[in-house]
Design a protein around this ligand. Structure first.
Ligand SMILES: O=C1O[C@H](COP(=O)(O)O)[C@@H](O)[C@H](O)[C@H]1O
Length: 229
């Protein structure tokens, strides 16, 4: 639908402005309906944003946080998005938030899909805020172009909110929200740093969504790109 570009001169300026924007939406949701939902991504990009959010003075006890995707590794592993959230977001003032993990005690992520669906069952959609990341291959959440599951993950008729994904060119099996579940969000942000990732987004606008899965979101939602070099 629309890509709204918000460019900042430095990562620090991006972090400050982006945190303010997210907090404003969460605060508004809390006033309007008594609660708010925040879906975050993992990887390296969001760590400073998480640190900034964690210090914010909102009523975090009314906020539920979950992940758009996770790597199927123990939550003690440095590759775990769950670990990232627990160590950098669910601290200080934000420690009062409720966290819905995607990691359940199954060897194969595919066996954990029902547990993830059940854990999300009490949450009323749409999510208030979705923060997506993106890899250089155009994957978003864990909807990887190189995976056998990509068509199923992008299927708008899917009744599933989660899908287990096995990338072939990236490590770890994954658990990911499906495209229809990602699109069930009132405010969608794409959080990127570096010129190369911005170029990937601009290229993706002309690409096939199976090759560049971020395109599937860009085509169907207003996406605020929050970017700094
Ligand atoms: O594997 C993943 O990669 C993307 C991008 O991560 P980054 O380190 O390049 O910021 C991330 O959005 C996703 O949550 C993660 O599982």
């Amino acid at each position: 639908m629309a890509l709204v570009t918000n460019d900042f001169a430095t990562p620090a300026e991006l972090t400050d402005a982006f945190a303010g924007r997210i907090l404003g939406i969460l605060q508004h949701a809390i006033v309007e309906k008594g609660s708010a939902t925040l879906v975050v991504s993992g990887g390296r990009t969001p760590q400073p944003l998480f640190a900034k959010l964690a210090e914010a003075d909102i009523d975090w006890s009314k906020v539920t946080i979950t992940l758009a995707d996770d790597r199927w590794v123990p939550v003690t592993d440095d590759a775990s998005n769950d670990k990232l959230v627990r160590e950098h977001l669910l601290v200080k003032k934000a420690a009062a938030a409720t966290f819905i993990t995607l990691k359940h005690d199954f060897v194969d992520a595919a066996d954990a899909v029902p547990a993830c669906e059940a854990a999300l069952a009490d949450i009323t959609l749409p999510f208030d805020v979705l923060i997506l990341g993106m890899g250089e291959d155009g994957h978003t959440a864990s909807l990887f172009p190189c995976s056998e599951q990509i068509a199923a993950g992008l299927d708008l008729n899917s009744q599933k909110k989660y899908i287990a994904v096995q990338p072939t060119t990236a490590p770890h099996q994954r658990m990911s929200l499906t495209l229809p579940a990602l699109l069930a969000s009132k405010n969608i942000f794409l959080h990127l740093t570096g010129q190369s990732k911005k170029d990937v987004v601009l290229d993706a606008l002309q690409a096939n969504e199976i090759d560049k899965p971020i395109k599937a979101v860009l085509d169907r939602a207003t996406v605020n790109l929050m970017w700094a070099p």
